[in-house]
Design a protein around this ligand. Structure first.
Ligand code: ADP
Length: 391
């Protein structure tokens, strides 16, 4: 059975077509600059990479072009073969604790939740509506980034703020990257051969979050109401003293929007290194003795270690720490720096094993009290699996 996994941005469309349950990728690709001129797309199919420029005025046109490519590359004979389409949706609020089949009511709820994810949910709705027009007979599902975190207990999701903010404005921790934390924790349990486990999953990419997962259920995560909370990220500050915001607003006259931009796009590694948000540039800077990059890396690692330590205590121990996403899978030095800070917990790095990028591997020593693993994430596959299960 063929399942399409879709991630719609406001001007982009990322997709991957799977043959299920074999989980074989038949085609994958990305369409960019949809509706803003000079659009183009890249597709990987039959071991080939195709890049084409093509005017795409909206997401419906993008899906129609995808269908043409599917047919002309003989990936499908007819559209009817695609039985399910799984859509990535960033914010599911406290309505959705799992993947659901999309109907009118679900669509309205996703739209309603746009106030909590103003950049992301409207794009997902656009993608869903366009897919519904093009793939009329397929079942469409919504896979929420927040769903995996819905098992977090109230004492961990509530902020100690006026209670009416929670009641009236839904201010609480929702988390993000849930699809990735779920994928990685399920894979880790598979490797460990049991589900009664305590795991710390570190999704460290440009955006970054850490979760505590007990017996397959998330009990805490570092992102909050928005993805700004928790770890230091490429351009996000992560946890800060909230009073800095009114202080700076008064000092500078910056608006809420300008502050939002500063804490999400001008902070993090970019701000401290004064150079780049990309961890590869930070690594280069450190190699050249750049003081700002050295400081940025120290702060970055400190925060990750803080969260691992916090969740270790919260879970009363841990079976495995998993590293995933761009930095978690590839940044050898960052993994080394993090694990070396954990020796007081009896956690030790196997430097030789750690000398690898993007491969599933045990990277702790035999005598380490907690296993440390690289587990490459695959959010698209998780979306396809969930959709297949629902079908
Ligand atoms: P997102 O999906 O949040 O945009 P990714 O998971 O793709 O982010 O991660 C992007 C980050 O991964 C960047 O900071 C990039 O520098 C880092 N990264 C990718 N490859 C490597 C590598 N070989 N070495 C170090 N860092 C890497």
């Amino acid at each position: 059975m063929k399942i399409l996994s879709v991630n719609a941005g406001s001007s982009s469309l990322k997709f991957q077509l799977y043959d299920m349950p074999e989980e074989k990728v038949l085609l994958s690709g990305l369409m960019e600059r949809i509706g803003i001129g000079n659009s183009f797309y890249t597709i990987k199919v039959n071991g080939e990479k195709i890049k084409k420029e093509k005017e795409l005025n909206n997401h419906e046109e993008a899906f129609k072009v995808l269908v043409e490519e599917l047919e002309s590359n003989n990936v499908v004979d007819s559209l009817e073969e695609i039985k399910g389409i799984g859509h990535r949706v960033v914010q599911g609020g406290d309505y959705f604790d799992k993947t659901v089949v999309i109907n009118q009511e679900v669509l309205s709820k996703i739209e309603e939740l746009s106030s909590l994810a103003p950049l992301h949910n409207p794009a997902a709705v656009t993608g869903i509506k366009a897919a519904m027009h093009v793939f009329v007979n397929a079942i469409q599902t919504a896979v929420f980034d927040t769903a995996f975190h819905q098992s977090i207990p109230k004492e961990n999701y509530l902020y100690a703020l006026p209670y009416s903010w929670y009641e009236n404005y839904k201010v609480r921790r929702y988390g993000a990257h849930g699809t990735s934390h779920k994928f990685v924790s399920e894979r880790m349990n598979e490797i460990l051969g049991r589900t009664n486990t305590k795991l710390i999953t570190c999704h460290i990419g440009n955006g970054a979050s850490i979760s505590a997962v007990v017996n397959g259920k998330c009990i805490n995560t570092s992102m909050g109401l928005t993805p700004n909370a928790g770890l230091i990220m490429g351009t996000r500050c992560g946890d800060i003293d909230a009073s800095i915001i009114p202080y700076i607003m008064e000092k500078t006259g910056m608006s809420a929007k300008e502050i939002d931009n500063a804490i999400n796009k001008e902070s993090g590694l970019l701000a401290i290194s004064k150079k780049s948000s990309d961890s590869r540039d930070i690594e280069d800077g450190i190699a050249n003795g750049d003081e700002n990059c050295i400081l940025a890396q120290k702060m970055y690692v400190r925060r990750i270690v803080d969260y691992i330590a916090k969740y270790y205590v919260e879970m009363n121990g841990c079976d495995a720490i998993c590293f995933t996403a761009g930095i978690g899978e590839n940044a050898i030095d960052t993994r080394r720096d993090v694990i070396n800070e954990l020796s007081s917990l009896g956690i030790y790095l196997d430097s030789e094993a750690n000398n690898v990028r993007g491969k599933e591997r045990l990277i702790s020593t035999k005598d380490s009290k907690v296993q440390c693993w690289i587990i490459p994430t695959d959010e698209e596959l998780m979306i396809a699996r969930d959709t297949f299960k629902l079908l």
